[in-house]
Design a protein around this ligand. Structure first.
Ligand code: HEM
Length: 174
């Protein structure tokens, strides 16, 4: 339930979707990695991860998201981020705002075209004691594939590496 508990009766109807977010409605839902995601980077041993994604709305002209990843064997929590996805009304321009458990806060902007969202960071900030190497730029692509699964690809540039793919994952709706 998207409401603060106690303020509305539990039987309250789900909010009506704001028409502004309709171009991103294909992202809505709870999604689970299937198969596990794959992590890569020139400085890292390739790794796998599980991820649970919630993308929802409360009737406002924006989506709410959380991405929570887990170790594939131990299920220990790993990377976590949450934020908002905004659309500029009457355009396909999208803004993506994310706070990450690693101490990064970032803003990405881009476009939605059909069932594909391509965004790239305009700003990446971090806490003063964030782990090195620092992230300089992030780009992401989300798409709904022909099997109805959601895919996310994340690339990044750091202070030591040029823009390279870090993550690729496919999710099924649950
Ligand atoms: C390492 C950034 C998402 C797992 C790293 C590094 C950076 C980074 C900068 C260090 C690379 C190096 O040492 O050269 C990011 C950013 C993310 C993200 C910006 C999201 C936009 C994730 C996710 C997972 C993940 C979803 C899933 C578990 C890892 C692992 C390492 C790593 C296992 C190597 C060990 C470590 O440094 O903790 N990431 N990451 N990352 N990342 Fe990510």
């Amino acid at each position: 339930v998207p409401y603060l508990s106690g303020l509305l009766p539990p039987s309250h109807e789900p909010p009506k979707m704001n028409p502004v977010v309709e171009p991103l409605s294909w992202m809505l839902g709870t999604w689970l990695s299937d198969p596990p995601g794959v992590g890569t980077f020139p400085t890292l041993q390739p790794f796998q991860y599980l991820e649970e994604v919630h993308i929802s709305h409360v009737g406002q002209p924006m989506l709410n998201f959380s991405f929570n990843s887990f170790h594939p064997d131990t299920h220990k929590p790993m990377h976590r981020e949450c934020g908002f996805i905004r659309l500029k009304p009457d355009t396909n321009k999208v803004a993506f705002i994310s706070a990450q458990n690693t101490g990064i806060v970032e803003v990405e902007e881009g476009e939605v075209n059909g069932h594909e969202l391509c965004i790239s960071s305009h700003s990446v900030s971090r806490i003063s004691f964030a782990k090195e190497p620092h992230v300089e730029q992030i780009t992401r692509k989300f798409r709904l594939n022909s099997e109805g699964k959601l895919e996310q690809t994340v690339s990044m540039a750091t202070t030591t590496q040029p823009m390279t793919q870090h993550l690729h994952i496919t999710y099924k709706k649950v």
